[in-house]
Unconditional design. Structure first.
Lengths: 297, 229
């Protein structure tokens, strides 16, 4: 099953509430998937700075020395903010490549995502516990996506949880299952993409990253996904400034959207949207099959 | 009139109260449901001639297995509204999600907005009237009953249809296997007039519709197709 949610704010006045609104939406979807949960929040980028979110199963052992260990690779620019099993490394934007190389050499650390705006938190467990652990409800931001998982295609692990991020400031959540992911993963590996899991959704994320790296915008990449991905999917995708939704042509994975002057919201079910401000007068609709929807700031 | 607020009352209490209405000694005939907020299984399995007004949008399977009750949703409905309805009436003032009226055996389902994919899939005697459009694969393997659509129909309408009658006023994006347009004879115009009246629709005429039905070429195995298996 799985539950997915997304919220793209048009009204900057709502930004302090983004984490709280998205948390409420995700907790409402708990009974669509209690295995794991995750959320990606896009904050305001800071000029010349970037962020890398990392995860460790042994945060008490790994995180305390991390800032010192990254001092050389980051030219002294890295600071580390620990949140439970995750840490957000803030650093000069031109130091991302050497710091990622240094992180790759550290045992027990996994990169969840990187970019100028995005922070990604995901763990095994119920949405309410995952949200509390990372204090998501206190977070501010311009847009975000979330997922609560009922695993079908790969193991219930932190790395198998959504959102999947395969490119700077890009992430994707998925309800459904793909049937051509193994073949597509081989093709994408030949193009230089790397994979952390055997999960089908990671392939979809990497596909969009590769298409956008080739010059497509999010909308064009999602159009391509309709031709190149086989299986069941409702995707919600985030980029630094954009937010997209697409459903496969069969469209049996549910989706409801709402739009007001203040936001565009996505939920697997209307329940996820029912407590948003102004929902009573929002335009509420079911996204059409095989139709790309996307918004940009 | 009992008013049940789902913000404070568990769903099971609502449905139990509605089921109890069928028992001897229960006199309530009108119910109001507040704050459904997309809840699943609102007013499922009601088996009494009561009237239920739901003030807001509902989730999965609202009005499922309905017998005799008149249920009005003042909002939109999630997947499987009025699934397997036996009799009575379900009216959705907004839109309905996928497989509205699936497998329904009787009664009337009216959707005043649009219905998504698979509307009336495997219908077995229910009448469905949609004021807006319907999505793809609607009336798939529909066996009997009538599907009336004032707007347009999506791809593969009536695929592998049995004896249900489909009436569409707008455009049909494509017909499914073995579904064909058919002549509108006087008995069909009369039937359609009755269905529109029952659904409270007075601004369109039966003559504006096209009837679709089964070409009946899939009913028996054709030996010439043996190579395909």
């Amino acid at each position: 099953m799985c539950g997915i949610v997304g919220l793209f704010l048009k009204d900057r006045g709502l930004e302090p509430q983004l984490g709280a609104l998205l948390s409420g939406m995700l907790v409402t979807m708990t009974d669509r998937g209690p295995d794991s949960a995750g959320i990606a929040i896009y904050g305001t980028p800071e000029a010349g700075r970037a962020k890398i979110t990392v995860q460790s199963a042994e945060p008490g052992a790994v995180f305390p020395g991390l800032q010192a260990e990254l001092a050389e690779a980051s030219g002294g620019s890295a600071t580390v903010a620990v949140k439970s099993t995750h840490a957000v490394i803030s650093l000069d934007a031109d130091k991302v490549a050497p710091v990622r190389a240094a992180l790759a050499a550290m045992p027990g650390l996994k990169v969840m995502g990187a970019g100028e705006a995005v922070e990604i938190f995901k763990e095994v467990g119920l949405p309410k516990d995952v949200i509390a652990r990372f204090e998501i409800a206190k977070m501010t931001g311009s847009h975000g996506i979330g997922h609560t998982r009922m695993a079908t295609e790969s193991a219930v692990t932190t790395m198998g949880a959504h959102p999947f991020s395969t490119g700077a400031d890009q992430c994707l959540v998925h309800n459904g299952s793909l049937s051509n992911h193994n073949g597509l993963r081989r093709v994408l590996r030949q193009k230089g993409m790397t994979f952390e899991t055997e999960n089908d959704t990671e392939v979809a994320a990497a596909y969009l990253t590769a298409e956008m790296a080739g010059g497509k915008n999010l909308g064009q990449a999602l159009e391509g996904a309709l031709d190149d991905l086989d299986g069941f999917f409702t995707f919600v995708v985030g980029t630094k400034s954009g937010f997209g939704v697409v459903r496969d042509p069969i469209a049996c994975k549910p989706a409801v959207m709402a739009e007001t002057d203040q936001y565009v919201a996505f939920g697997s079910e209307y329940r996820a949207l029912a407590n948003l401000p102004g929902i009573e007068t929002a335009r509420v609709w079911e996204p059409e099959p095989a139709t790309v929807y996307f918004w940009e700031h | 009139m009992p008013v049940i607020d789902l913000a404070t009352t568990p769903l099971r209490e609502l449905n139990q109260a509605l089921h109890d209405a069928a028992a001897p000694g229960h006199n309530d005939t009108e119910f109001e449901v507040l704050n459904p907020k997309g809840a699943h299984a609102v007013a499922v399995g009601v088996a009494a001639p009561v009237s239920i007004e739901v003030k807001g949008s509902v989730g999965y399977y609202c009005g499922g297995m309905n017998e005799q009750a008149s249920i009005t949703v003042h909002g939109s409905a999630g997947p499987g509204v009025a699934e397997n309805m036996m009799s009575g009436t379900v009216v959705i003032k907004g839109d309905a999600s996928q497989y509205a009226g699936a497998t329904g055996r009787g009664g009337l389902l009216v959707i005043e907005g649009n219905a998504a994919s698979r509307c009336g899939i495997s219908m077995k005697g229910i009448n469905i009237v949609v004021r807006g459009n319907i999505g793809h694969m609607s009336a798939f393997m529909a066996q009997s009953g009538n599907l009336v659509v004032l707007g347009d129909a999506g791809d593969a309408l009536g695929d592998s249809l049995y004896e249900a009658r489909l009436f569409v006023r707008g455009a049909v994006k494509s017909l499914g296997a073995d579904c064909i347009a058919k002549e509108m004879r006087p008995e069909h115009l009369e039937l359609l007039e009755g269905l529109l009246a029952e659904a409270g629709i007075t601004d369109v005429k039966p003559q504006e519709f096209t009837r679709y039905g089964s070409a009946r070429t899939l009913y028996n195995f054709n030996i010439d197709n043996a190579d395909a298996y």
